[in-house]
Design a protein around this ligand. Structure first.
Ligand code: E4P
Length: 216
């Protein structure tokens, strides 16, 4: 399973990238606003750091304007992946961009039928938002399961990019279901390494090692 970092924080991305845990990055307008930086500059900086796809989202509502924005964004770097909303205009723009060989990520997906449309329009990635469904007492993971089944039924190559991840449990469940990619805040990825028995075992090993008086 690929790991994307859902952030524009260069230090956090670099830290995880150095460990070898970053296969790509996703951003959205809220993440860019939080960074306080110029959109195109921050995307350029992330693209220099990371080899994999870096999602940069269009902000127009109409197909032709989305296409204009997409053509500006994809010039920033070869690994820019244009992120488009799951609307009829977004899908139409996705179809054109995919045919031109531009990587696309269709975002704000909340139903299996929406994911089916994105696959038919040739999206490279579909982003179902797990956490936001859970927030309104629906089952985000069930959506990932349904999309997996539908894509496998028809052999669609669109990758399922599980988004709006809130917990390490979400990541485990996505891996069990067979999501192709998760995009997660950096702190949730870091927490994957944590276990109290690891900490306890390490403390005991270190205490015993001290007693030997040896060094390596
Ligand atoms: C994904 O591409 C989105 O940017 C992100 O996962 C949304 O997460 P949120 O629901 O926590 O804002």
């Amino acid at each position: 399973m690929k790991f994307f970092v859902d952030s524009a924080d260069l230090d956090q991305i670099a830290m995880l990238n150095d460990v070898g845990l970053v296969d790509g990055v996703t951003t959205n307008p809220s993440i860019i606003a939080k960074s306080g930086r110029d959109f195109k500059t921050v995307i350029k900086d992330i693209c220099k750091l990371v080899d994999g796809p870096v999602s940069a989202e269009v902000v127009s509502m109409k197909k032709d304007e989305m296409l204009n924005e997409a053509r500006i964004l994809r010039k920033i770097a070869d690994n820019v992946c244009v992120k488009l909303p799951l609307t009829m205009d977004g899908l139409a723009a996705c179809k054109v961009l995919s045919a031109e060989g531009t990587q696309t990520n269709v975002t704000l997906c909340f139903s299996a039928n929406q994911a089916l449309l994105a696959a038919k329009c040739g999206a490279s990635f579909i982003s179902p938002f797990i956490g936001r469904l859970d927030d309104i007492s629906l089952d985000g993971l069930e959506l990932i399961e349904d999309i997996r089944t539908i894509y496998d039924n028809y052999g669609y190559e669109t990758e399922i990019l599980a988004a709006s991840i809130r917990s390490v449990g979400h990541i485990k469940d996505c891996a069990l279901i067979g999501a192709d990619v998760i995009t997660s805040p950096p702190d949730v990825i870091r927490k994957l390494a944590d276990h109290p028995l690891t900490d306890k075992g390490l403390a005991a090993f270190m205490a015993d090692w001290e007693k030997t008086g040896q060094s390596i």
